[in-house]
Design a binder for this molecule. Sequence first.
Ligand code: ACO
Length: 409
Amino acid sequence: IGPEVIDIRKLYGQTGKFTYDPGFLSTASCNSAITYIDGDKGELLYRGYPIEQLAVNCDFLETCHLLLYGELPNSDQKSEFVNRVTHHTMVNEQMHFFLRGFRRDAHPMAVMTGLVGALSAFYHDSTDINNPEHRDIAAIRLIAKMPTLVSMAYKYSVGQPFIYPKNDLSYAGNFMRMMFATPCEDFHVSPVIERALDRIFILHADHEQNASTSTVRLCGSSGTNPFAAIAAGVACLWGPAHGGANEAALNMLEDIQRRGGVEKIGEFITQVKDKNSGIKLMGFGHRVYKNYDPRAKLMRETCHEVLNELGLHNDPLFKLAMALEKIALEDDYFVARKLYPNVDFYSGIVQRAIGIPVSLFTAIFALARTVGWIAQLNEMIADPEYKIGRPRQLFSGAAPRQVKPIGER
Ligand code: ACO
């Protein structure tokens, strides 16, 4: 507890008083040692390491090890961790039949919510949330199986056969193959694209107590199994104010492009500033960052690299996004409210360039965030102070009254 933090339990615990803080604007729900954000400076650290260094020097599985176990792995630890993860990339064959019950045009996040929750029906040796070994194996299984599940959801939606994991490939390379290979053709992915996808995973791996992570913690606090808790996180992430923003940001850019592109930005911004329009600049603003989101900077760089690699450096949407960013950052409305691009502003352009359909963007986010969700869940369960989450309320409903028989109502 730092000098500016009031421990409300000690202050009010015995008095029956409580605080009112809708949206948790100034209430810490837990004590965590995983991720640190300084929103004013635009800083993000995983276990003390700046995101900029992790994105350049580490791969996603090293980052997973860091988030889960607190330290970056040495080479032996990395080999062991990679072996453990790749050992679990397959899913029970019955999951294929479960998936086949969905409509082919179902939203991938609807499918993912179901598939992730359904894992608890298959892996009974990892469902006891109070058993550290169960939690550990559930963590490995979830990290390993998410790419398989996301790619299965995609293949099902386009009517192509599922591609099984190939475990001598990297995490990102394997995912790309399961997404885009067909059984009758050789498949190759460029190292630049593979690295870009891996970087997207690193940048999305954790972000302290955001809505979906808090959902996972609250759900897990009842003692439910880890797969159910992560499925709750997937469901929460789906919303456009959270993980769904990458899809919404790309749709917004495409909409402006259809209206006439760069020349129509001014008109669009005027609409955004009109509160009655209900339109927001998607991919802008953040509850914690009141400065440039450091992930957005890295994502913009990655966007450059990917578009150059694919010969798309004149991509009109990228140009539009950069022009929109510049205009917004000079506009009084955005300046006064400290609204900057967040990670979702550029991630959609990268993903679209590498062939990922827009409707799958949030599922990719869920794939990457899974490790953060599990690390946070494990931290909560292992905390001796942990209790079932049970927010209080301010009641503003009817005063006590009597039920009348139905004929008299
Ligand atoms: N476009 C226009 N105005 C905005 C935007 C935006 N993107 N974001 C915030 N504002 C305005 C609000 O209308 C409000 O204005 P007011 O003070 O005149 O009423 C002010 O800025 C403060 O915004 P709040 O909504 O109170 O901020 P909050 O912290 O509750 O919301 C959020 C943060 C949800 C991210 C919001 O900025 C938003 O909806 N952004 C667009 C969606 C988005 O990109 N989400 C992704 C977040 S990052 C992530 O999940 C990975």
